[in-house]
Design a protein around this ligand. Sequence first.
Ligand SMILES: *Cc1c(COP(=O)(O)O)cnc(C)c1O
Length: 538
Amino acid sequence: MSEKKLPTVAYFSMEYGLHSDFKMYAGGLGILAGDYIKGAKDIEAPLVAIGIKWKQGYTDQRIDGNGKPYDTYHNYVYDFLEDTGVKVTVKVRNLDVICKVWKTEQFGNAPLYLLDTDIPENSDTWITGQLYGWFGEERIAQEIVLGIGGVKAMRALQIPIDVYHFNEGHAALAATELIREKMSSRKTFEEAWNETREEVVFTTHTPIKEGNETHPIDKLEYMSAFNGLTRDQMERIGGNPFNMTIAGLRLSRISNGVAELHADTSNKMWKEVAGRSEIIGITNAIHTPTWVDERITKAYKENGDIWAVHNEVKGELIDFIKERTGIELNKDNLLIGFSRRAAPYKRSDLIFSKPEVIEPYLKSGKIQIVFSGKAHPLDDVGKKIVSNLVDMMKKYPKSVVFLENYDMTIGAQLTRGSDIWLNNPRRPLEASGTSGMKAAMNGVLNCSVLDGWWPEACIDGENGWQIGDGFETTDFEVLDRHDSDALYDVLLNKVVPTYYENNAKWVQMMRKSIETTSEFFATKRMLDEYYNKMYIKA
Ligand SMILES: *Cc1c(COP(=O)(O)O)cnc(C)c1O
């Protein structure tokens, strides 16, 4: 990083994966944000993180007696937060909403500020109730609190900010406040927008067009999200319907995707958008101390018996699974881990697509699979995917397990103790896939489609395996058939024989996996890139 004083960055994120007990995160976006501030602390980067104090956070999703997922919530006690004494006011549906500002300094130079509407002064205390809960209006209210409230909190706390970083489009309304401030000191809208663009950077995460959030412009107006701007000005920023990603792209001086392939995909996806910033690639990374087992690192560094250590960790995973489900897997047999949000493009059931091929392995227990993952509470398709996996567990009770209520504890256990980390999304729809990085650094071999981060790391047959050859088509029937053939080929002709017949090669691959990923996919490299390519102006 350069020697001169680093700019102070306000990092806005709807979710933060800090700790398993606080479901202030839903998935990869939040895990990244949590690792981001932990990594910023480690390198003493001047960062101020802004988010929401979720009363109930994200769902605790369990499986009922019929094998169907259901959602439960509980109120959190955030014993690690302190009251800053600061309150800021935003307008929602033309009414004042007071946001209380909480703080934690456990991340040192990267303090985290959380906004909270659950206070007696407000008539609607539930705006900060559930992460991604409910429908459009509530989401807009949450985004007003995060974005507009977040900027106001920085002013009230008198923290000078050089760069505003929107982690995903949720924070885009922050820019309406940055523009409004400048217009109130006699700048024109054009001048204010241009100056705001110079201080905003944006990260996009979603390579699926429908996954990018939009709101009817009338609804934004009704919710008071214009924040003093006109309808015409809002439309020029985000269109109508107002697209939060397009807004982010037009409000920023530079944007990024979360892997090189994802940046290419995003540039193609948004190429028609006039007046947008360029999207560069900054590949995600993980906070190594959070996710990598020290025993593995030690065995790797000291040339110890990494296979023995792996089996110890695998044994702990098998015990963990037994405690949670009563199912006892065989520690001498291959164990595949797979945990993903339950979304169709992730294809968690691809491995079952030809039962006649896979069934003998599952029946004999030569292949064991542990699944986990949640569906969004309002996503019936996702819930069906979860039920299907639970059905598979009933069908192959010795070798298929589904762990309910996927969280950071399960994520850490699975990416340490599995033998193989399987990932088979429809390319190029996986933005990054940080769970694969956790696995790789723990010596758990990735077996993955060339999507997200994997094309940057994969040396096929040396540090893991690639499934297929990067084939892409929008004809999903063709794609799924192609990829399931490729999956069976690599699994049955490469992974299984290596595991059972060539332990020396397996161990060599484990070492290679750790060697080739541990530095590049750790937060320090990622943060250096954000500072050098996004935050520090050329
Ligand atoms: C690491 C992790 C993720 C992100 O992993 P992906 O590879 O993006 O699916 C999501 N949820 C939890 C609980 C995690 O630990």
